[in-house]
Design a protein around this ligand. Structure first.
Ligand SMILES: [Zn+2]
Length: 251
C-alpha cells in the first residue's frame, strides 16, 4: 500500500514500524514546519532533514519514504525567493516526487502569491504538485485554489488533497487527481468509502496526513481492509491502495 500524504518528520519510529507491518510499503512525506520560522534557512533545514534523515529513519523499519517539498501556506513569509530557488533545484535534481504540500490556508495575498509561484515552477518543470485545502472555509477557499490552478498549470499534474463529501462535487469533473485524507476529527473511513462508492476509484488517492496533530498512522490499511471486507472488487481496491499513486507520482 501507499500512503500518499504524511508528515514523517513529526512521527516516531514506532509509527513507521506499525505502518510497515500493517502493509504500507511506501509513504509520501510532505514538508510543513509546524513552529515559528525565524528565517528562510530554517525551512531549508527542514527540507534537508526530511530528505537526508527521516527517509533513513523510516527505511530502518522497511518503510520507503518518497519526498514532496514545498512552501506550505502556513510557512509563507514576505520574501520566499530562496525557497523557490531551492524547490526548483530539488525538482531538477529529481530529489522529490512532487512540490508539496502547497495551497491556501488563510487565503491571504501572500499565500496566493506563493501558491501561484510554486505552480509556475511546477508547470515549467512538469512537476507534480500536492495541494492542501484548509479545514476552515474549505468550499470557499477551494474556489480560489481552482481559479489559480486553472490559470497556471496543467490539471493533470495536480493532486487536490483533503477532499471531503462537502466539496467532492466541486472537483470531480476536472482532470485533477483527488486525495482522500482519512484522519481523526476530519474524515472517517466510512465517509471515504461512500465517496469511492459513488464516484468510482479512478481519480482518488488515500492518505493519513499523519502529523503533530491527532493522527492515525494506519488509516490507509484500515480503509483498504474495510473495502475488502465489504466485498469491493480487488481491481478497484488496488487502484486506491497503490496503483493510482504509482502511476501519478511515477514511483
Ligand atoms: Zn499535510
Amino acid at each position: 500500500m501507499i500512503d500518499t500524504h504524511t508528515h514523517a518528520d513529526s512521527r516516531s519510529s514506532e509509527d513507521f514500524d506499525l505502518m510497515y507491518t500493517s502493509g504500507i510499503d511506501t509513504a509520501i512525506t510532505c514538508s510543513f514546519y509546524p513552529y515559528k520560522l525565524r528565517n528562510q534557512t530554517c525551512l531549508i533545514n527542514h527540507f534537508d532533514r526530511i530528505l537526508e534523515y527521516d527517509t533513513k529513519r523510516a527505511e530502518e523499519y522497511g518503510l520507503k519514504l518518497e519526498v514532496a517539498l514545498g512552501l506550505h501556506p502556513a510557512n509563507v513569509s514576505e520574501n520566499n525567493d530562496q525557497i523557490y530557488e531551492e524547490i526548483r533545484r530539488l525538482v531538477e535534481e529529481k530529489k522529490i516526487v512532487a512540490i508539496g504540500e502547497i495551497g491556501l490556508d488563510d487565503n491571504t495575498i501572500n499565500e496566493q502569491k506563493a501558491f501561484k509561484k510554486q505552480l509556475e515552477i511546477a508547470e515549467d518543470t512538469k512537476s507534480k504538485v500536492i495541494i492542501h485545502t484548509p479545514r476552515k472555509n474549505k468550499k470557499e477557499v477551494l474556489k480560489d485554489i481552482k481559479i489559480i490552478v486553472d490559470e497556471t498549470i496543467n490539471p493533470k499534474l495536480v493532486v487536490i488533497d483533503h477532499i471531503n463529501p462537502n466539496v467532492v462535487e466541486d472537483v470531480i469533473d476536472y482532470d485533477y487527481t483527488l486525495g482522500l485524507t482519512v484522519q481523526p476529527q476530519k474524515m472517517t473511513k466510512e465517509e471515504a468509502i461512500k465517496i469511492l462508492d459513488k464516484y468510482g476509484f479512478n481519480k482518488f488517492l488515500l492518505n493519513s496526513d499523519i502529523s503533530n496533530k491527532p493522527s492515525d498512522p494506519i488509516s490507509v490499511p484500515k480503509t483498504v481492509r474495510t473495502l475488502k471486507k465489504l466485498g469491493y472488487k480487488n481491481s478497484d481496491i488496488e487502484k486506491v491502495a497503490f496503483k493510482n499513486a504509482k502511476k501519478f507520482f511515477k514511483i
